[in-house]
Design a protein. Structure first.
Ligand SMILES: C[S@@+](CC[C@H](N)C(=O)[O-])C[C@H]1O[C@@H](n2cnc3c(N)ncnc32)[C@H](O)[C@@H]1O
Length: 312
């Protein structure tokens, strides 16, 4: 989608940390920007998966779109958080081990925790090293390495995608569009629930329309936004505020406070949405007080507005 490509230009580019052989670079770079969406989304995802499990009468299989190194699976399945994993990967002694050795250690590490989530996880990502890592350490049962923006899934990938009862994404809409969601929905054996945490700068209309064509109705969780991370620098802050405001989105009290904000969209068959409206199955904690590093904050509106640098 041309619009996402243009909108993405205002965000910093992190492509070079998505396809390394292990997650150390990912946690180090995004962790330093207080990346937290897997953690703030986790309690919400847990509530939605509980509702999905009730409806199915068995634990659901979750397809994590843009699964990267399997972080949502780790945070859901085990008593772990992005924050805690960052400390593990930032440990100076961890810097000395090679990726194969780290994978062996991680396999034991993840295997040493009790399961606290019942869902099973499969993943989709364009990054082959990230998906392979997540599967090799046991976070994902299976992974699909594909770019469904530019091609159709292979038959074996269709079969894997087809197992999804829930299609989840954090930090990925913007990289993926309605094309990826349409390809997934075309492969699924039964209509899944689609749970998307989406930065406010990326309109969800085209995705919701593609899902509607396939029988799903979309609800947006009212009255809540979720912090994704701090803006990297003044340039990203200024560009993103300008982009949001061009879209007619009021950033005051939200992005103007220095943090990217995501919204939650959930799409389901109408009868599921009627049986358990989103507002009834979800209770929210926002994460607004959790950033610790420097933030840029805009005070006031219009020509008199000032940008302040708020140290940690
Ligand atoms: C910001 S990361 C989010 C990772 C993870 N969901 C999280 O919240 O920590 C974005 C991910 O989207 C993936 N990605 C980018 N383009 C993609 C595409 N066309 N299809 C699938 N994944 C894609 C990247 O490789 C990267 O792993």
């Amino acid at each position: 989608m041309q619009q996402y490509a243009t909108l993405n230009a205002s965000k910093a580019n992190f492509d070079n940390i998505y396809d390394r052989p292990d997650p150390r670079g990912y946690f180090s770079v995004l962790g330093a920007l207080d990346y937290m969406i897997p953690d703030v989304a986790d309690p919400i995802i847990r509530q939605i998966l509980r509702a999905r499990e009730k409806r199915l009468d068995r634990p659901p299989t979750v397809l994590d779109v843009g699964c990267s190194y399997g972080i949502n699976a780790a945070v859901h399945r085990f008593p772990l958080s992005f924050r805690r994993l960052r400390l593990r990967y930032a440990n100076p002694d961890m810097a000395a081990v090679d990726p194969e050795q780290l994978a062996r250690l991680d396999r034991s590490y993840y295997g040493s925790w009790p399961q606290i989530g019942t869902a099973r996880f499969i993943g989709l990502d364009v990054s082959a090293p990230a998906v392979r890592y997540a599967v090799s350490v046991g976070l994902l049962e299976a992974g699909v390495i594909a770019n469904l923006e530019s091609g159709e899934p292979r038959p074996e990938d269709r079969q894997c995608l087809g197992r999804a009862d829930v299609v989840l994404s954090t930090g990925c809409v913007g990289y993926v569009t309605e094309r990826t969601f349409a390809a997934i929905l075309n492969a699924t054996e039964r209509p899944p629930w689609v749970v998307s945490f989406v930065l406010r700068m990326f309109p969800y209309d085209a995705i919701a329309a593609a899902l509607a064509e396939r029988g799903l109705v979309t609800e947006k969780l009212a009255g809540a936004t979720f912090v994704q991370r701090r803006f990297r620098d003044l340039e990203e802050f200024g560009n993103c505020l300008a982009t949001l405001e061009k879209l007619g989105i009021d950033t005051n009290g939200l992005e103007a406070e220095g943090r990217f904000q995501a919204e939650l969209f959930v799409s389901r068959p109408r009868e599921d949405a009627l049986a358990a409206p989103l507002g009834r199955i979800v209770t929210v904690v926002s994460g607004r007080n959790r950033t610790v590093g420097t933030r840029y904050v805009r005070v006031g509106r219009g020509p008199d507005a000032q940008v302040l640098r708020v140290p940690s």
